[in-house]
Design a protein around this ligand. Structure first.
Ligand SMILES: Cc1cc2nc3c(=O)[nH]c(=O)nc-3n(C[C@H](O)[C@H](O)[C@H](O)COP(=O)(O)O)c2cc1C
Length: 207
């Protein structure tokens, strides 16, 4: 039976204003060994693919085909109240409920880091968000153009997540340098899903 973990509700108010968040953003590659608050993780995931007032998602999608899937990999003691492992994010619009489904009950972060050429920002992440896509959803409507559209959509997720990080006092870095097949294996992606982004997150390390 699958393990489903409900996430805290999102408060749509508060946080740093947008202009300040844009101004303050930078790639954060070193993190404090402090677990990320579950509430912050809920905000990150919502900004990546949650529902908004219009009934659509927090990021635009070509023809509303929504090919993206969001995964969360958690290190040992990486997130308050979550065991280390690999999770899939889902948001049910009808009930305004969002949750994580456990896919794998051991940390995959070392494997993901290997697939990302051993980058230390991935290896040392307290948690990371991975963006994967089923291009066929977009290709049904847009054919070869889908390749480009899906990459553009992943970029929207990356930007929302980076600005959300600043807004919450956390840091993130976009990682695009990885071996596709190896990363797909590390993320336990089923046939048909391809990885697009790895986004390590954590509280910025200060000397
Ligand atoms: C598509 C893309 C891929 C990237 N891949 C990596 C990566 O694999 N590793 C890394 O450390 N940074 C990566 N970055 C972050 C860039 O190095 C960083 O954004 C750039 O140096 C500018 O610095 P800033 O983000 O602090 O403004 C990537 C950024 C983008 C947009």
């Amino acid at each position: 039976m699958s393990v489903v973990i409900p996430l805290p509700d999102i408060s749509y108010a508060g946080g740093l204003d947008l202009k300040s968040a844009i101004y303050e953003r930078y790639s954060v590659r070193r993190y404090e060994r402090r677990p990320i608050a579950l509430n912050a993780v809920a905000n990150f995931l919502w900004s990546a693919q949650g529902y908004i007032r219009s009934g659509k998602r927090a990021v635009p999608s070509a023809g509303a085909t929504y090919p993206l899937q969001i995964l969360l990999a958690v290190a040992e003691n990486g997130v308050e109240g979550l065991s280390s492992g690999l999770y899939q994010y889902s948001h049910h619009y009808d009930a305004d409920r969002h949750s994580l489904e456990l896919l794998h009950d051991q940390s995959v972060i070392a494997e993901v880091a290997e697939a990302c050429f051993g980058q230390s920002c991935v290896k040392d992440a307290m948690a990371l968000i991975a963006v994967a896509a089923d291009n066929s959803k977009t290709a049904k409507r847009y054919g070869e153009r889908a390749e480009r559209y899906v990459a553009m959509e992943a970029g929207h997720v990356g930007q929302n997540v980076s600005l959300m990080a600043v807004s919450l006092g956390l840091g993130a870095v976009m990682v695009g340098a990885f071996k596709d097949d190896e990363l797909a294996r590390a993320l336990r992606l089923p046939e048909g899903l391809r990885p697009y982004y790895v986004i390590p997150i954590g509280y910025p390390y200060s000397e």
